[in-house]
Design a protein around this ligand. Structure first.
Ligand code: TZP
Ligand code: MG
Length: 200
């Protein structure tokens, strides 16, 4: 698991989720996460099916919603402290699907690994306005600590930009995720390509 991790954000997007996912996949993003906090289950399901069909070789992950991940036969689900416990999600999805977990400190990272997560979403590394309840920035020190203490892939998220992405990767991140620095850019493909190239 290496490369750029793309997350949709319909509120920040200039061109819409479909256009953004097409651009991210074209730019070589390794993972596409469908993240939507509003809308009916019916509309989430419909959009998830559409976006999954655009993913090509990229893995398709659904945020929060295990039911939508199951219904769309997504590659996995990404969960946090407000979602179902990792063990329950594993039971529901089975051994072959990807379960990503958001962690905000070393204790949560170690716990998520013990509980059977497949990767750790670590952050927010820097200040972010994209997720209002993300909590205080951890800095790159947490990336180093999690890298040293855990064996799971580390996905760094929160306030990542072209300017700071290099130091995040140097600190040990296997993947980086940047939301506003991609979907709110006029050329999403170019923005994702920049991050993706840092891994080649
Ligand atoms: N989880 C932790 S920070 C964050 C999420 C979904 C938002 C990251 O957005 P940005 O614009 O890259 O700071
Ligand atoms: Mg969540």
């Amino acid at each position: 698991m290496k490369g750029f991790y793309f997350i949709t954000d319909a509120n920040l997007s200039l061109a819409g989720n479909r256009s953004d996912v097409r651009a991210a996949v074209k730019a070589g993003a390794s993972i596409v996460q469908y993240r939507r906090k509003d809308g009916t289950t019916a509309s989430l399901y419909k959009e998830a099916m559409e976006l999954k069909s655009l993913c090509g070789n990229a893995r398709f992950i659904v945020n929060d919603r295990v039911d939508v991940a199951l219904a769309t036969d997504a590659d996995g689900v990404h969960i946090g402290r407000d979602d179902l416990p990792v063990k329950i999600v594993r039971h529901l999805l089975g051994p072959d699907k990807i379960i990503g977990v958001t962690v905000r400190n070393l204790e949560e990272a170690v716990q998520a690994e013990e509980e059977g997560a497949d990767y750790l979403g670590v952050g927010p590394v820097y200040h972010t306005s994209t997720k209002k309840d993300a909590g205080p920035p951890s800095g790159i020190q947490l990336i180093r600590e999690v890298r040293n203490a855990c064996t799971l892939p580390v996905i760094a998220i929160g306030g990542i930009t072209p300017e700071n992405a290099g130091e995040v990767i140097k600190a040990g991140a296997d993947m980086i995720c940047a939301v506003s620095a991609t979907v709110a850019e006029p050329d999403v493909e170019k923005a994702v390509s920049y991050f993706q190239r840092l891994f080649t």
